[in-house]
Design a protein around this ligand. Structure first.
Ligand code: RIB
Length: 300
């Protein structure tokens, strides 16, 4: 089986449940709140492990309770961490999630030590690269580190999957080194410095243009609408499943992990999109980030 290395963020999530997110200057009350483990990198690694993919993970923590708790839980989920990066001067990342009763959220991340991947860490990661074929990265750790990593992985002819979240603009020089890019529609616009597509047709035009220019594969996740795949010659669409929405947190992380697991197994793109759609439907039917990620046996 192909081995995947995820390199990315670890966060402690604090979710506060509200009927409706507050407007500017407004104070509102909340019906409930809870803590869970999150971070896009850690979520995607745990999702891959629960789907029984061969996955290792590299993340960075502050030497604090949140960091140690996260590491223990990630490892208990069957994710191997070949190295645990630590900092004595920065705290583990924190995310505040405002969760509306319709299941939609707004997330604010204090990246903390996730922004502190340094040259020393890069040298450590470089030594491990040859052990893996596939690399999954996001943009929740410092982008300069990510760019350096992409350049290095590309020079080693590795298969790179990028989830460009949180949204950030990357120049084409970097984007063309990525084999598969998986943004949502908002991240796509910022990533490519393009106006927000007004409808599916505009989005397809933008995607086709990028796939042709950069000669790579793209999947855009479109929430309750579905997901769309584009490369230089193919276009595919997979509609979402209608399920009761409890909490959309980590739905994107689940989709990406599940797509990659199935795609590596079968090389069937539409089949992998359908599998990923089913997996993320499970995630949104329950609350929290890491605790909501599905196991393989739950995806039928
Ligand atoms: O994708 C969901 C994640 O985004 C949350 O777990 C939170 O930590 C933020 O990073």
């Amino acid at each position: 089986m192909d081995k995947i290395l995820v390199i990315g963020s670890i966060n402690k999530d604090f979710t506060i449940n509200v009927d409706k997110a507050p407007l500017e200057g407004e104070t509102i009350t909340s019906s409930a709140s809870s803590y869970s483990l999150g971070g896009k990198g850690a979520n995607q690694a745990v999702a891959l492990a629960r789907l029984e993919a061969q996955v290792d993970f590299i993340g960075k923590i502050g030497e604090d309770n949140n960091g140690y708790e996260a590491i223990e839980s990630i490892q208990n989920d069957g994710v191997n961490m070949p190295v645990i990066l630590k900092s004595q001067t920065k705290d583990t990342g924190i995310a505040v999630i405002i969760l509306e009763k319709n299941g939609k959220n707004r997330i604010i991340v204090n990246q903390g030590v996730n922004l502190n991947f340094n040259d020393e860490d890069f040298e450590i990661v470089k030594k491990l690269v040859d052990n893996y074929d596939y690399f999954l990265i996001q943009l929740e750790i410092n982008v300069e580190f990510i760019k350096k990593l992409i350049n290095y992985l590309h020079s080693k002819k590795k298969f790179i999957v990028l989830n460009p979240a949180p949204a950030y603009h990357l120049e084409d020089e970097i984007l063309k080194k990525i084999n598969l890019v998986i943004p949502n529609e908002h991240e796509l616009a910022i990533l490519t410095n393009s106006p927000n597509p007004k409808n599916l047709d505009e989005l397809k035009v933008l995607l086709k243009q990028k796939a042709l220019e950069l000669k790579n594969k793209w999947i855009v996740t479109l929430g309750e609408v579905g997901s769309i795949y584009m490369d230089e010659t193919n276009e595919l669409f997979c509609p979402s499943l209608q399920v009761e929405v409890v909490d959309t947190t980590a739905a994107g992380d689940t989709y990406i992990a599940a797509f990659l697991k199935k795609y590596l197994e079968s090389k069937d793109i539409l089949g992998a999109m359908q599998f990923a759609t089913k997996a993320s439907a499970v995630t949104i039917s329950r609350k929290g980030a890491q605790e909501s990620l599905p196991y393989l046996k739950e995806i039928v």
